[in-house]
Design a protein around this ligand. Structure first.
Ligand code: ADP
Ligand code: MG
Length: 828
């Protein structure tokens, strides 16, 4: 801080400096000064520009501020800009000539906001903590807005980063003594390494959960994970000064339970995000959830498809049961639509924040449960999952009744507005209210009687915050007022008076109002305490409702788009009849989506080489197969006539030469890194989608790499693979490899134009039609015709290279130049 040493600090400035010194440098301190929050020095300079407020100077100290009641908006702006905000509150009542005591009430950071306006209902807001202990990487993730708290462990850093990408936390902390190992993880921030020491961290966790060991959570062996988790608590409690009472348990995420989808594949499959916009994601195509809790869960399910057959079938069974009873499905979805974000509302209320409207919305949501449970009961006999959900969805009849009885029909947004508690709920409150009402009526009647008594028709009784109630008379009539009027204030054209009687009633009115506000606040806290008592059941219920919501939403999607129930087993099959791309089938406007089959039985067919002109539909088709597989393993119905899929352990999806300028790597290098990830991790249960890999380099290099990768996938890894490629030479692999099959996307040539048929047919493409596609794209005729000349020349002058394996011309026409520069003689 830039305070000058030689100047003596005022006591308040000294208090400020001490408080500021106790905070991390990057935090901005909102220092409460009466009705304002003020910022000083560098904080003021940083905040003023982000908040767009005036920076002033007093005694050379840069400062800025705003009225305290506007704080929420300003906090939001800074947090959104990635700046943490510390709130320095006044904690003693101001007394003339004395320094008010102040304390930091909390620090708000991106990973810990609970302001609804800052949170996206459809996404979790995670604070993550990672560390490396021994050879293990530990990850802990807390959603402070809901109370969810999970841990997992990884044996390599890449897996950790993939999971981070899936969870996309708003904030990540790492131990400050592991910057060399973990500092390159995107958006991470160092935190006190002490908090990560296993003994310290585990002590912190045991305190939190009041347990002696972690056996009950299933993570007693997970030192790295529990260390990361303990550090999260330390950070929340000691640095951010946040309440963690609603973090009730630690859940282990075992990554072996899920289909692994690395971060490049997540991108390439447009699972939850897409460069072409949200509408083009799988999440959007499947999402028919009715509650924010469901929306959050669906996102999580899509990023974590299951590997356990039984769990998948359990989900399918529930969907099937509801599809058989569409009436029940609608009815349940209607109930769910009345349910708000129980998870986050409970989170707020249990921490002492939360508004009267939160209480009301919780009450209304919980009121839906009995009907919902009844409907769910109707399918319970045929599905074990329904039973499990029923057991976790609790009844809160007493709470619902209490909230209904206690709260008015339309409570105000803020507690301080008053008028929250219903008449008849709290007798003392009713008394104060009627005292205040009676007094007000008396005052209202007073105007009439005083007009009569004084004979001044324009006499008015008014109220303001400075004088309370007073009698106002115009200047002209002022001399006619009765003798017992006491003059209080002279205005430009009116005089203001009070009378002892008026003041007496006024104090009754104001006193009663004051007391009833206090009483309301007390009753409100009592209600909140009731919620906190049921926290555990509420969280369980919210979670089960979220799952139900996702499943019913998936049933709805299946119904809307005629998705069918896939057969899943432990085989290596991949057989899809009339499969569609789940996103395109919903978004295509001009064309109708053309379905296609996929028939891989592993033994005789497991690697498909797919050729065809640009724009024919290769990329769409291979992704569609990956997405159908993924959807099947979520437990959902798939966009196909029928499907039989052997469970996969991983899904890889690579796209050649995708630019990654932001990471500062050459596109080819990125592509090769990604390819090597597949080679090192794919198994005979994996599904591999390769889209034009090997294109970021010279033709021969690229082809050779693509060729050897394909051979390795076929011979050694035995992964089910779909390979879309421009290298027609690759189709020769089918001649030497048993389980390689060639397919192409059909096009029809018509008057020198091409028509895309979107049908996948056996065999390889005969031509690449690059020039026709260029023409379609609007290249001028002169260029197109010249290109045709050059092409025919090239084709005449070149011959086929020796391909590995048994080279055979087949029906492939694409050729490669023999020398590096066959153009020389063309242009020479
Ligand atoms: P390629 O990878 O062969 O260049 P794409 O898969 O990118 O071609 O497909 C190009 C476009 O063709 C897609 O954006 C889509 O609009 C359309 N398309 C692809 N497959 C189909 C299909 N089966 N039915 C209808 N339209 C399709
Ligand atoms: Mg493509």
């Amino acid at each position: 801080m830039a305070a000058k040493k030689d100047k003596k600090l005022t006591p308040m400035m000294a208090q400020y400096m001490a408080m500021r010194r106790s905070l991390p440098d990057d935090v901005v301190l909102f220092f409460r000064l009466g009705d304002f929050y003020e910022m000083f020095f560098e904080d003021a300079q940083r905040a003023a520009s982000t908040l767009n407020i005036a920076l002033t100077k007093r005694h050379d100290v840069p400062m800025c501020g705003f009225p305290y009641h506007a704080a929420q908006g300003y906090i939001a702006k800074l947090v959104r800009a990635g700046i943490r905000v510390a709130i320095g509150e006044q904690t003693s009542t101001p007394v003339q000539g004395q320094l008010v005591e102040r304390e930091i009430s909390q620090i708000i950071s991106a990973g810990t906001v609970d302001d609804i306006n800052l949170l996206d209902g459809a996404r979790h807001n995670y604070l993550a903590s990672i560390c490396c202990i021994g050879k293990r990487y530990g990850l802990a993730c807390a959603d402070h807005s809901t109370g969810e708290f999970t841990v997992s462990e990884f044996s390599d850093k890449m897996q950790l980063e993939d999971e981070l990408k899936r969870l996309s936390p708003s904030e990540i902390i790492i131990p400050d003594d592991q910057i060399s190992q973990l500092g390159d993880v995107a958006h991470c921030m160092p935190y006190d390494g002490y908090a990560y020491i296993p003994e310290q961290a585990q002590h912190q966790l045991k305190e939190q959960f009041k347990v002696q060991s972690f056996d009950g959570f299933g993570c007693s062996e997970m030192t790295a994970a529990t260390s990361a988790a303990g550090a999260i608590l330390h950070y929340l409690i000691y640095q951010l000064r946040r309440s963690c009472d609603h973090l009730l348990k630690l859940s282990v995420r075992d990554n072996n339970e899920f289909v692994m989808i690395d971060s490049a594949s997540q991108n390439n499959l447009d699972l939850v995000e897409s460069r072409s916009g949200k509408k083009h994601t799988l999440l959007h195509a499947l999402d028919r959830t009715a509650t924010p809790m469901g929306a959050r869960k669906l996102r999580d399910w899509i990023l974590h498809p299951l590997r356990d057959l039984e769990s998948i079938v359990a989900r399918q069974d529930l969907i099937a049961a509801f599809l058989e009873q569409p009436y029940l499905l609608n009815q349940c979805r209607d109930s769910l639509k009345q349910i708000r974000d129980i998870e986050r509302t409970t989170g707020r209320l249990s921490q002492g924040s939360g508004s009267p409207r939160d209480l009301q919305s919780l009450g209304l949501s919980l009121a839906q449960i009995p009907t919902l449970k009844e409907d769910l009961q109707a399918v319970a006999s045929s599905t074990p999952l329904a039973n499990q959900l029923l057991a976790n969805i609790h009844n809160f009849d007493d709470l619902v009744e209490l909230l209904e009885r206690a709260l008015v029909d339309e409570p105000p947004a803020k507690l301080t507005d008053g008028g929250i508690i219903r008449d008849g709920y709290c007798p003392p409150l009713d008394e104060f209210r009627s005292a205040s009402r009676d007094g007000k009526q008396w005052i209202a009647r007073l105007q009439e009687s005083e007009r009569k008594r004084s004979g001044i028709d324009s006499l008015k009784i008014k109220f303001n915050n400075v004088f309370g109630y007073f009698i106002e008379v115009t200047k002209a009539k002022a001399e006619f007022v009765p003798d017992d009027y006491l003059r209080k204030q002279t205005m430009a054209n009116a005089e203001r008076f009070i009378t002892p009687g008026l003041k007496e009633v006024e104090s009754k009115v104001l006193g009663a109002e004051e007391r009833s506000k206090q009483l309301e606040a007390e009753e409100f806290s009592k209600l909140r305490a009731q919620i906190a008592k049921h926290l555990d059941e509420l969280q369980q219920t919210a979670d089960a409702l979220a799952s139900l919501d996702v499943l019913l939403g998936l049933a709805e999607t299946a119904q809307l788009f005629q998705h069918s129930r896939p057969i899943l087993d432990e085989s290596r099959k991949l057989s899809i009849l009339e499969g569609r791309h789940p996103v395109l089938e919903q978004t295509l406007v001009d064309e109708k989506f053309v379905p296609n089959d996929t028939l891989l039985n592993h033994e005789d067919s497991r690697l498909v080489i797919l050729t065809g002109p640009n724009m024919a539909g290769k990329s769409t088709y291979i992704r569609q197969v990956a997405l159908i597989t993924l959807i099947a393993q979520i437990g959902a119905y798939v966009p196909a006539e029928s499907a039989h899929i052997g469970l996969v352990d991983r899904i890889f999806c690579r796209v050649g030469a995708s630019d990654d300028i932001s990471r500062g790597q050459s596109t080819f290098m990125v592509e090769m890194n990604e390819t090597s990830l597949i080679i090192n991790n794919a198994t005979n249960k994996s599904l591999v989608i390769l889209d034009e890999i090997g294109r970021g380099t010279a033709t021969f290099d690229g082809l050779s790499i693509a060729w050897s990768v394909a051979e390795h996938l076929h011979d050694t890894l035995e992964s089910r693979t779909l390979f879309a490629t421009h290298y027609h030479e690759l189709t020769d692999l089918a001649n030497t490899r048993k389980a390689v099959e060639n397919y192409n996307v059909a096009v029809r040539e018509w008057n020198d134009e091409i028509i895309f048929l979107r049908k996948i047919l056996p065999g390889s493409a005969d031509k690449s039609y690059g020039i026709q596609v260029a023409k379609l794209a609007g290249l001028p005729d002169s260029i197109v015709n010249r290109a045709k000349d050059i092409l025919s020349h090239l084709e005449m002058n070149s011959s086929k290279p020796e391909a590995k394996g048994k080279p055979k011309a087949k029906n492939t026409k694409a050729t490669m130049p023999e020398s590096n520069s066959p153009q020389m003689d063309l242009f020479g």
